[in-house]
Every structure is written in C-alpha cells, then in structure tokens.
Unconditional design. Structure first.
Length: 55
C-alpha cells in the first residue's frame, strides 16, 4: 500500500506546528482545558451520584 498521502499530511501538520509554535501551544492548551473540564464534570457527577445514593 502507498501511504504517501498520509505521510505528506502529517509532515505538513508538523511543519505548520513548528512554524507557529506559540499559536499551536495556545490551541493545544485550550483543547486540553475543555476536554479535561468535561471529563472532570462527568467524573464529579458520577462520584456525587454514588456518594448521595439513598440506602
């Protein structure tokens, strides 16, 4: 199989990130902030449901 298209895509993405590191870091932090916030909210809801379960 020929993976030249995929290889070129990842090479272009890495080149873009290397050229604009500051912007890439800001975007990465924003994505991680929203994903971790969403995960923490789900985890907190699950924990509180378990904690306040009526016995």
């Amino acid at each position: 199989m020929n993976y030249k298209i995929t290889e070129n895509l990842f090479a272009n993405i890495l080149q873009l990130v290397n050229e604009h590191r500051f912007i890439a870091v800001i975007i990465w932090l924003a994505i991680m902030f929203f994903l971790i916030r969403k995960l923490a909210k789900k985890d907190n809801e699950w924990y509180l449901k378990d904690w306040f379960k009526k016995k």
